[in-house]
Design a protein around this ligand. Structure first.
Ligand code: IPM
Ligand code: MN
Length: 356
């Protein structure tokens, strides 16, 4: 939680696996520069948690680290996952466990296209792609409810249930309404779900949106099915300002969102507990092919650092991160690793220069 007005922040760093440490280093460079210039302090506290650590000593997330992370003002995460660790161990045991344990119920994923960023859709401009996905981050299919019955027999049953609570839906929808009201947004809220098939969960979401809409008369609300949303992302992304959606749909559409903003090299996100400890991360993974080559794009990690500054209340510095990123992207050849026209560290320097 924020240390109040003293403007000194303890940030837990989980640099993680693969290229995680390389992109986090650039994010820290930018934030250290701005801290100095804007007169606040960031104390970085490194946590050795990763697929690598798990392979070394079997630890995914120990209780002592979790307790220490609870005491941070924010967490800055690079990427976790290792090709030699079975799928799910690190994802569930570290990333999802942190999201759940710290009740980071909002997964905030801006889909904003920066200047000069090429995408697969040359017809879309910077003006067209500017929305934010508010992904529910604490329940739904991610709750882990379900199980096997008669596993490994021909009568096997696998059940995976989506848990949607009134409390959980209400708090995420309220967060989305509040976001739509911010001066930099356009007061439009779209519920994205699959109400024609998921008639229980979808109905709860729709009822909550309808009820809260009465409290936010200035916000225009509408609805899209998740499959249609995929079409609209490619066809007419201008229609979106703030999208609220459940955990699984949010996971899927934000990967597509990343592609229309310029790829994993630029997509940043925040796992937010507005009353607690939030965690900021580039959405992309560990990029094992690029480890140690100084070729990975740090823009997403730097953007996540900017989101962290905003959450800590350092709005001026957060705005400068955004400015720095925009100054960098106009100079870069591409957002893809190895094709940027600059090294990872040089891109970090471009952002610092653009933010100064
Ligand atoms: C994401 C990731 C995670 C998720 C995985 C790694 C568990 O895909 O942050 O979008 O599904 O939430
Ligand atoms: Mn995902």
């Amino acid at each position: 939680m924020s240390s109040g007005t003293d403007r000194s922040y303890k940030v837990g760093v989980i640099a993680g696996d693969g290229t995680g440490p390389e992109v986090i280093r650039e994010g820290r460079k930018v934030l250290d520069y701005l801290a100095e210039d804007e007169g606040f302090q960031v104390e970085w506290i490194d946590f050795d948690l990763s697929g690598d650590r798990y392979l070394r000593d079997g630890v995914v997330l120990d209780d002592a680290s979790l307790e220490a992370l609870r005491g941070m003002d924010a967490i800055y995460l690079g990427a976790v996952g290792h090709p030699d660790v079975p799928p799910g161990v690190i994802e569930r045991g570290l990333l999802l466990r942190l999201r759940f344990a710290l009740d980071q119920y909002v997964n905030l994923r801006p889909v904003i296209r920066f200047p000069n960023v090429p995408t697969l859709l040359p017809g879309q401009s910077e003006e067209d792609v500017n929305f934010i996905v508010v992904r529910e981050n604490s329940e739904g299919l991610y709750a882990g409810a379900g199980g096997f019955h008669r596993r490994d027999t021909e009568f096997e049953v696998a059940v995976q249930e989506s848990i949607n609570t009134r409390h959980g839906v209400e708090r995420i929808v309220r967060y989305a309404f509040e976001l739509a009201m911010r001066p930099d947004r356009r007061k439009k809220l779209t519920l994205c779900h699959k109400t024609n098939v998921l008639t229980f969960a979808g109905d709860l979401y729709q009822r909550v949106v309808n009820e809260l809409a009465a409290e936010y008369p200035e916000v225009e609300t509408n609805y899209v099915h998740v499959d249609a949303a995929c079409i609209y992302f490619l066809d007419s992304p201008q229609r979106f300002d703030v999208i609220v959606t459940d955990n699984m749909f949010g996971d899927i559409i934000t990967d597509l969102g990343a592609m229309i903003q310029g790829g994993m090299g630029v997509a940043a996100g925040g796992n937010i507990n507005p009353e607690g400890v939030s965690m900021f991360e580039p959405i992309g993974g560990t990029a094992p092919d690029f480890v140690g080559s100084d070729k990975i794009n740090p823009i997403a990690a730097i953007g996540a650092g900017g989101m962290m500054l905003a959450a800590l209340g350092e709005d001026a510095a957060a705005t400068r991160v955004d400015r720095g990123i925009r100054a960098a992207t106009v100079q870069m050849d591409s957002m893809a690793a190895g094709q940027m026209g600059f090294t990872t560290q040089e891109v970090g320097d471009l952002v610092v220069k653009g933010a100064s």
